[in-house]
Design a protein around this ligand. Structure first.
Ligand code: FNR
Length: 370
C-alpha cells in the first residue's frame, strides 16, 4: 500500500515523500525581493517532499498585493538564489509559483498607476492589501480593470516564459503555473469574468487558450518535467464563477495531457473553505477529472489540496485518489510537518493574525519537535 512517506517522481523532480508545502502568500517581501528571512522560512520546511513558493509575480503588471515577491528583475533573481541555496543545503526541493493577478490589483501597484488588466473590463468584488508610504496598511477594493487587447496576449505569454527562465536561473527545481483562485488565467477560464468575443473568449477552447499557450511556452522553455500547474475548478475566490465547471476543466486536463508535466495540482472545493463547495445542484467529480486526464494520456503526478488532515491524506494516497497531498496552513505552523505526520504527534495550531504581513513572529518562530 502506498503511503505519504513513499518517494515519487514528479516529472524530473524526485520527491522523497508525498507531503508538499502548498503555496502561501505571507506579505513579508518588501520591494518584491526575497531576503534572509525568506530563505530561513523555506529552509526550516525543507523536509517537505516539495516546497511550492508563495505566489510570485511574473511582471509588475502581475502584482496585486503589498510585499509579495517577483521574478522579473535581477535583484529578485538574486534574492531567490539565497532561498534556493538555503533549501538545497537543507536537502530540500523548491518550485516557484508563477503569478499574474489580472484584475485583482490596484492602480497603486501597477506600472505608471495604470488600470489592472483582465480578460474583460469587469471589476472583481474583492479586496487587496496595500501599504501606504507612511508604512500603515489596509484592505482596499481592487481597481476597475481594463480588457487586454488581443495583440497584448503574446506579451503576457512571453512574461510567463521569461519568469520561468528566471526561476531556473535563480536555482529553482521547476515552476508551478498559478491557474487557480480567480487570478488572470482563471479569469480567462471562467465565464463570469471572461466576456470576450475574440479567440480568447466564448467557448471552452477559447477561454482555455491562454492557459494552454502559457503551458506550452513554459514547458518549451524549461522542460515539461519541471513545469507544473495549479487549478481550482469550483472555487469562488476573487469573485469568479462558472456555471458548468466539469466540461471546462475536463477540456483543460485533456489539453494538459499533451505534455509530460511534473504534476497537476487540484484544489478541491472552495480554497480554504468547504471541500464540497459547488455551483448549483451538481457536485464536481474530481475522480472523473483525473480519469479524463489519464484517458487523454496524462501521466503527471496528481496533487490534491484543501482541508486535508493526516487521515484524509493517508486515505487519498492509499486508495490511489491522489499521488501527492499539499498542506497549507499546517505547514505555516509546523516546519517539521513531515516528521509530525510520520510520528502521529500533535500539530501546532496556526495563528491567523500573523498569516499576512509582519516580521519573524508567526513566520520563523513556530517550534519543531525536540
Ligand atoms: C493561501 N493560498 C494560496 N494559494 C495559492 O495558490 N497561492 C498563494 O500564494 C496562496 N497564498 C495563501 C496564503 C495563506 C496565508 C493561506 C491560508 C492560503 C491557498 C493555499 O495554498 C491552500 O490552497 C489553502 O490554504 C487550503 O489548504 P489547507 O490550508 O487547508 O491545507
Amino acid at each position: 500500500m502506498t503511503t505519504l512517506f513513499d518517494p515519487i517522481a514528479a516529472g524530473d523532480i524526485a520527491l522523497p515523500n508525498r507531503i508538499v508545502m502548498a503555496p502561501l502568500t505571507r506579505n513579508r517581501v518588501p520591494s518584491a525581493v526575497p531576503s534572509a528571512i525568506t530563505a530561513t522560512y523555506y529552509a526550516q520546511r525543507a523536509s517537505a517532499g516539495l516546497l511550492i513558493t508563495e505566489a510570485t509575480a511574473i511582471s509588475q503588471q502581475g502584482q496585486g498585493y503589498a510585499d509579495v515577491p517577483g521574478l522579473y528583475t535581477a535583484a529578485q533573481i538574486e534574492g531567490w538564489k539565497r532561498v534556493t541555496q538555503a533549501v538545497h543545503a537543507a536537502d530540500g526541493r523548491i518550485v516557484a509559483q508563477l503569478w499574474h493577478v489580472g484584475r485583482v490589483s490596484h492602480t497603486f501597484l501597477q506600472p505608471d498607476g495604470a488600470a489592472p488588466v483582465a480578460p474583460s473590463a469587469i471589476a472583481a468584488k474583492t479586496k487587496t492589501y496595500l501599504i501606504n508610504p507612511d508604512g500603515s496598511g489596509g484592505f482596499v477594493p481592487t481597481s476597475e480593470p481594463r480588457a487586454l487587447r488581443l495583440k497584448e496576449l503574446p506579451g503576457i505569454v512571453e512574461d510567463y516564459r521569461r519568469a520561468a527562465r528566471a526561476a531556473i536561473e535563480a536555482g529553482f527545481d521547476g515552476v508551478e503555473i498559478h491557474a487557480a483562485n480567480g487570478y488572470l488565467i482563471d479569469q480567462f477560464l471562467r465565464s463570469s469574468s471572461n466576456h470576450r468575443t475574440d479567440a480568447y473568449g466564448g467557448d471552452i477552447a477559447n477561454r482555455a487558450r491562454l492557459l494552454v499557450e502559457v503551458v506550452e511556452a513554459v514547458a518549451g522553455e524549461i522542460g515539461a518535467g519541471r513545469t507544473a500547474i495549479r487549478i481550482s475548478p469550483v472555487t469562488p475566490a476573487n469573485d469568479v464563477s462558472d456555471p458548468d465547471p466539469q466540461p471546462l476543466f475536463t477540456y483543460v486536463v485533456e489539453q494538459l495531457a499533451r505534455w509530460p508535466l511534473a504534476y497537476i495540482h487540484v484544489i478541491e472545493g472552495a480554497t480554504g473553505g468547504a471541500r464540497d463547495f459547488q455551483h448549483g445542484d451538481t457536485p464536481f467529480d474530481y475522480a472523473a477529472l483525473r480519469a479524463s486526464y489519464a484517458k487523454a494520456g496524462g501521466r503527471a503526478a496528481w496533487m490534491v489540496n484543501n482541508g486535508y488532515d493526516r487521515e484524509l491524506a493517508e486515505a487519498a494516497v492509499a486508495e490511489g485518489r491522489a499521488d501527492i497531498v499539499a498542506f497549507g496552513k499546517a505547514f505555516i505552523a509546523n516546519p517539521d510537518l513531515v516528521r509530525r505526520l510520520r510520528e502521529k504527534t500533535l500539530l501546532n495550531p496556526w495563528d491567523t493574525k500573523t498569516f499576512y504581513g509582519g516580521g519573524e513572529k508567526g513566520y520563523l518562530d513556530y517550534p519543531t519537535l525536540a
